[in-house]
Design a protein around this ligand. Sequence first.
Ligand code: URP
Ligand code: ZN
Ligand code: ZN
Length: 478
Amino acid sequence: MSAEFDLVIRNAKVTTASDTFMSDIGVIGGRIVQMGVRLSTGAREIDARGRTTTPGGIDAHCHLDQPIAPPAKMSDDFESGTRSAACGGTTTVIPFAAQQKGGSLRAAIDDYHERANGRASVDYGFHLIVTDPTPEVMATELPALIAEGYSSFKIYMTYDDMKLNDGQILRLLALARTHGAMAMIHAENTECIAWLTESLLDFGLTAPRYHAASRPMLVEREATHRAISLAELVDVPMLLVHVSGREAVEQIQWARARGLKVLSETCPQYLLLTAEDLGIDDSYEGAKCVCSPPPRDAASQQAIWAALADGTFTVFSSDHAPFSFDDDQGKKPRGREVAFPYIPNGIPGIETRLPLLYSEGVLTGRISVNRFVELTATNPAKTYGLHPRKGTIAIGSDADLVIWEERSVLLTNSMLHHAVDYTPYEGRTLGAWPAYTIARGDVVWDGKQFLAAPGRGRFLPRGLPTMVARRPASGGVR
Ligand code: URP
Ligand code: ZN
Ligand code: ZN
């Protein structure tokens, strides 16, 4: 007798953003077609008894093979980046197609498709980065691209080759409102950073740790408040990316309490690293943790954990920005230990994002496993127009699943599958790792081996966002 299903997951403790229940999961053609008890046979069967099954993770903020100014070059392309994602339980990634100043958005998209095509092993969409909002971009290119499935774009308030002024940001927010797109904002005050950087360098303070001193909480707090005000003026939802600490969280809670549609994202580095990881002396090792905004202090870590638990944050992403340490295209440009403003910004984390949050959040009781699913899969899918195809476990959804094994794991870079030569979390002991990652019904990671071929991942044109900001349940800043 031939099998009814391509794959059956038996005895799954199915965990969604809202519920936990026991069920078998029947998969045909990469989709979930039946759930219930005692399903008929599958060509392949996996027993998930005693383990938790969650939706595959969606990493809605990662950088893969993003063209940047030489000599810097990202270590991960779509092949190594999506391999690493899959081995850590992520089945969908949304990296960024960045417009070059003076170039078109369409050219950025075409180039990025070439970079991804035939290389990705999990499904992928693209955000846009708008660096040059010319009349052509505003009138024609951006509206057309939103309609074609690139329904979110990032706006930078800092970085000389990326930043936009308040007038440009207002016009882009108005465009997002007209076309239903999601604007993502990198909020740091660029003039404050420039002045602080100049002053530090004048005093000869060049070590990696001064990166954190050049971008204190205040510069993020001010820009966060300004971004919120610009969005309030236009009356449009927007999402603040990589929120790092207490004062920015307070601004978001203040905005929510006023009924503003402010969504927000945080990342593992703001839960688990502090400014001390950039160095307590002038050692260049601290370059490994140079990212923007920088990790803050222990009090800010606690504020970020609290905001993850209380519903303030909408999504939890890696902000994987893969620059190797011992690399003349990475953290040591042209082979040299450079002053902090010249260290490529960003840290790797596409594979460790989910195991870190599962271990440090769910297993410690800081967040429920349902909230874990909401932050890492369901809300990213709703925020970026992929729900319900992605981000949940339901009949009709893609069979993107993670079966978790709770066991002690000593994290070392040698066990990871990215092309970066370090992890900032080296030597930590985790309490869980995916036993299986299943992407559209294919087992792409079986707990030991990566099993997918480059090119199995498909491009995902995305719909419009369906996520709505919620008011704080209680205790928000008023
Ligand atoms: O330092 C970071 N976060 N690098 C990646 C680029 C960005 O702004 O997200
Ligand atoms: Zn950013
Ligand atoms: Zn980023």
